[in-house]
Design a protein around this ligand. Structure first.
Ligand code: FAD
Ligand code: SF4
Length: 338
């Protein structure tokens, strides 16, 4: 049985206290929300914080405010279950409801939070292993080692952004609020992520992510498709989030964001530009799907082979766009789990 390492647990009742505790405790401190990712990682010694600052006792961090017409503000402590079930989210931001509802298992979604999902650690087959396993291969640079075992000559870590909701929130143009000793700042969620498997967030060490804000739904159509081995529960090895703002039958604005193919969600800017001002015909969809698969560059460090995940990017983007266009989603296009 794997045991947690010793740590001191602090339970602030306000964001300001949490920020102070993080600032005072320095680099040895970490925030914990639901703990569904952090605690298992601590048991494997991927993280060994001396102090854990728990966010569950902070009133006001959970809950959804606003409306689809004016925009929604989702507290970072809102559970994934509550996010997926919220009527405004389900009706007007269906991709977010789908993504939140596909994370892990019902038990973990009842405890795991949206903020924790946005900030969840990157993953790699050589890293998400027990301490003994990692020790047997002499560790890697993400924790305890010197080199990258996936790309030994590489100066960086290529661990994979594996959050289901991150690509969706990016595609919807979400903003996140961070509160730290330096004050409060509100940034596009795209600016939260960095292309680095270790330093994957631009969050400062003392900052707490307090809120995720969605712009007015304003007729935006959205969808999320997830590729994974087991439909019951598994991290994504490919996620496709697509959001289209329509002007009648014409696409006014399109954003397609891929999950689990890089150390951060990948915005398929070219494919989005290709769709803007166009009708969603079957031909245009195929063209956009082919272009969208270009920035998909999975490596051999998650489940399923990387050439297959690359190939499935085009298939899943086409399926997503066909769904949004109201076209039948083809069953014989080589795809597996959606
Ligand atoms: C078996 C299993 C299957 C899983 N499957 C999936 C899956 O399919 N898809 C998926 O996306 N995830 C999956 N997860 C990971 C995890 O359960 C979810 O990502 C969950 O949403 C994490 O939320 P949490 O509140 O439990 O985060 P925690 O575990 O508490 O924290 C996760 C990270 O976020 C940081 N953090 C948390 N809240 C904040 C905040 N407010 N501000 C700043 N930093 C914060 C923590 O410091 C930590 O680094 C799985 C986990 C397990 C164990
Ligand atoms: S990508 Fe390389 S450095 Fe990063 S976790 Fe995997 S093996 Fe380690």
């Amino acid at each position: 049985m794997m045991r947690l390492p010793p740590f001191e647990y602090r339970a602030p009742v306000s964001v300001a206290d949490a920020v102070e505790l993080m600032g005072d405790s320095g680099p040895d401190a970490m925030l914990v929300a639901g703990g569904t990712d952090l605690y298992p990682n601590m048991k494997r010694r991927q993280f060994e914080p001396r102090v854990l600052v728990g966010l569950r006792g902070i009133r006001g961090l959970a809950g959804v405010r606003g409306s689809a017409a004016a925009g929604l503000a989702i507290g970072s402590g809102t559970t994934l279950t509550a996010t997926a079930a919220h009527p405004e989210v389900a009706a007007h931001y269906p991709a977010l409801a789908t993504a939140a509802g596909l994370v892990s298992t019902p038990q973990l979604r009842n405890v795991g939070t949206l903020g924790g999902n946005v900030c969840v650690d990157t993953r790699c087959n050589y890293y998400n292993q027990s301490y003994q396993w990692r020790k047997a291969v002499n560790f890697c640079m993400k924790k305890d080692g010197e080199i990258c075992l996936v790309a030994p000559g590489s100066p960086r870590c290529w661990a994979v952004s594996s959050s289901d909701t991150a690509p969706v929130l990016w595609s919807l143009g979400a903003m996140v609020t961070l509160v730290g000793r330096g004050g409060e700042r509100r940034i596009p969620i795209a600016a939260l992520y960095r292309d680095d498997g270790i330093a994957y967030l631009s969050r400062r060490p003392d900052e707490v992510l307090t809120e995720i804000a969605l712009p007015p739904a304003d007729g935006v159509r959205s969808v999320y498709l997830k590729l994974r081995r087991r439909g019951s529960f598994d991290f994504p090895v490919l996620g496709v989030a697509a959001a289209l703002r329509m002007d009648g039958p014409v696409v006014r604005e399109a954003r397609i964001v891929l999950g689990a193919v890089a150390s951060l969600p990948r915005d398929c800017v070219e494919a989005g530009a290709l769709l803007a001002g166009e009708r969603l015909t079957a031909e245009r969809i195929e063209e956009a799907a082919a272009v969208a698969s270009r920035p998909s560059k999975p490596l051999d460090n998650t489940d399923l082979t990387h050439p297959y995940r690359k190939k499935m990017t085009r298939v899943f983007v086409a399926r997503a766009l066909r769904h949004l266009a109201g076209l039948p989603v083809l069953a014989d296009d080589g795809g597996a789990t959606a």
